[in-house]
Design a protein. Structure first.
Length: 90
C-alpha cells in the first residue's frame, strides 16, 4: 500500500501506541484502520463502481468496530479518549 509510508505508520504507532514498536495495541490498530478507511473512502468517491475496494472498506470498518467494542469492554476511558482523538462519531 503505497499511500502510507513506513514513517507515517511509525508516527501513528508512536502517537496512539505510545511507541513506534507498539503495533498491537487497540489504539494503534484503530488509528491505522481509520487512516486506511479515510483513504479508501476518498478513492471510492472518485471510482464509484470499484466494488472490490468497497467490500474491502466494509470489512475494514467492521474490523475497526470489533476492536473498538473490545477496547470499550476493557477500558471505557481509553475508548472515549481514542474516539475523541480520531473524531469518530461513537
Amino acid at each position: 500500500m503505497n499511500y502510507l509510508t513506513i514513517e507515517e505508520k511509525k508516527e501513528i504507532f508512536k502517537k496512539y501506541g505510545k511507541a513506534e514498536t507498539n503495533t498491537g495495541s487497540y489504539e494503534s490498530q484503530v488509528a491505522l484502520f481509520t487512516t486506511r478507511i479515510k483513504h479508501l473512502t476518498a478513492h471510492l468517491k472518485e471510482h464509484k463502481k470499484d466494488y472490490s475496494t468497497e467490500r474491502a472498506l466494509l470489512k475494514m470498518v467492521g474490523k475497526r468496530r470489533r476492536l473498538l467494542d473490545k477496547l470499550k469492554a476493557i477500558d471505557i476511558e481509553r475508548y472515549r479518549s481514542l474516539i475523541a482523538d480520531l473524531g469518530l462519531r461513537r
